[in-house]
Design a protein around this ligand. Structure first.
Ligand code: LLP
Length: 416
């Protein structure tokens, strides 16, 4: 459930007519609903019930400071994959103990920074990385908290670009290697084993792969116990999918956590979850103007002012987002191929039945996760502004870039 609904054929974001946001800030523009974000976070927290757990929001889904701040105030932890994400969190005063650091390529300087602020846990992806962390911790005279990310060789049955749990993936460590590596880690002077980590992919639409992965990890946990290695937490990553279209039927967060907790029963392990999409996707829409309607002998195009630089998902993963009119017109809808302005044929959102004329506005739904955070300036397009709605109030949480922003970090050589 979200807070983007029609009232008398006019789309509202919470209590604000979307048309008012457009009048004030123009398009393309991302709009988020505070109530929806909070509802999603609280729901995941609630369905974990009394089981010791920590929700570490995956910052990559949407890293706007206002959103991170909102989640921090709810008590969220965070999952990061770069120093940039860490700096964002430190900037708003998040306690580094609430942060887990994932990602296959943490550099020496990133590890040093994370250690110096006493990060909660490194999710380690290779032997080489473990040794790098040990070395950095030794130099800083600190003890680095770690978990190894296990690759359970499970098919997440999602788009191959966002599947991470199969053996041929660059992510995670195979169990046989991980077993040796934990034994090695136990002997390292500046490493403390905290837990075990696993993330098999994103936009999963069934629970089976999660259960398979958790069963695999739990067998591994039992085996390690026999070898004298004990874990405080088990981090099952993120990945539960969201409905991109109203008719999609997916497991609910309650089904998801119930199935995990059922398997965890009887084991004193804190559960860490790293949801990104689940919290943000349906909490955001992307507003866009229909610039032109163009007909060919085979189809009609609706050419809009948001493109693949603003929302890359359709071009990159053939993803389909529901698109709706900001103001519904009376009369028949027609079939359009909705396309963006970028000079690439992949800059298309798909086929939609819409009642529109040029100059009308559209809302691309479920755009709150991996929308703004994946935006680029391709075709020298400015990154869109972002607005957070809170009841009847709108807050500008990111300004639209200026033309100068486009080239402010560039230098000509020998300018005349
Ligand atoms: N934890 C780790 C280690 C991850 O790699 C990810 C996502 C998450 C958590 C959060 O997963 P979520 O709950 O959001 O599914 N750009 C793609 C998604 C890439 C996901 C990358 N990793 C998309 O737009 O579909």
């Amino acid at each position: 459930m979200d807070h983007f609904n029609y009232r008398h054929d006019e789309l509202y974001a919470e209590e604000v007519p979307v048309a008012d946001i457009i009048a004030q800030y123009g398009t393309p523009c991302y709009v988020y609903s505070r109530a929806t974000i909070e509802r999603h976070w609280r729901l995941i927290d609630e369905v974990c019930g009394k089981w010791p757990h920590r929700i570490c929001y995956a910052v990559k889904a949407n890293d706007n400071l206002a959103i991170l701040d909102l989640l921090a105030r709810l008590g969220s932890g965070f999952d990061i994959v770069s120093q940039g994400e860490l700096e964002r969190l430190l900037y708003i005063g998040v306690d580094p103990k609430r942060i887990v650091f994932s990602g296959v390529a943490k550099s020496e300087s990133e590890i040093n920074r994370a250690l110096s602020v006493q990060i909660g846990c490194f999710n380690v992806e290779s032997e080489a990385e473990l040794m790098q962390i040990q070395q950095c911790a030794h130099k800083q005279n600190k003890v680095a908290p770690i978990a190894l990310r296990i690759n359970p060789n499970v098919d997440a049955k999602t788009h191959p670009y966002i599947a991470t749990g199969l053996r041929d993936s660059k992510f995670g460590i195979e169990a046989a290697f991980a077993e040796k590596l934990y034994l090695q880690a136990k002997l390292l002077s500046h490493i403390e084993i905290k837990g075990i980590d696993c993330h098999i992919g994103s936009q999963l639409t069934s629970l089976e792969p999660f259960k398979q992965a958790l069963n695999f990890v739990l067998d591994f946990v039992d085996k390690m116990k026999g070898l004298g290695i004990f874990f405080k937490h088990i981090d099952m990553g993120g990945g539960l999918g969201v409905p991109y279209h109203r008719e999609d039927s997916l497991p609910t967060p309650a089904d998801y956590t119930a199935s995990l907790l059922e398997l965890l029963k009887g084991r004193p392990l804190e559960l860490i979850l790293e949801p990104g999409r689940l919290i943000m996707a349906n909490a955001g829409i992307l507003l866009s103007r229909v610039e032109y309607i163009k007909s060919s002998s085979v189809k009609q195009f609706a050419i809009i002012d948001a493109g693949m630089n603003d929302l890359l998902r359709p071009a990159l993963y053939q993803a389909s987002h529901e698109i709706i009119e900001v103001k519904k017109r009376q009369g028949a809808a027609a079939q359009y191929e909705v396309v963006g302005p970028v000079c690439e044929s992949s800059d298309r959102f798909g086929e939609y039945s819409l009642g529109i004329q040029s100059g009308d506005y559209l809302a691309i739904r479920t755009a709150g996760a991996y929308g703004a955070s994946m935006a680029s300036r391709y075709n020298a397009r400015r990154r869109a502004c972002e607005v957070m709605v809170e009841g009847g109030t709108m807050h500008l949480i990111r300004e639209r870039e200026t033309w100068e922003d486009l080239f402010s970090h560039e230098h000509r050589i020998n300018p005349s």
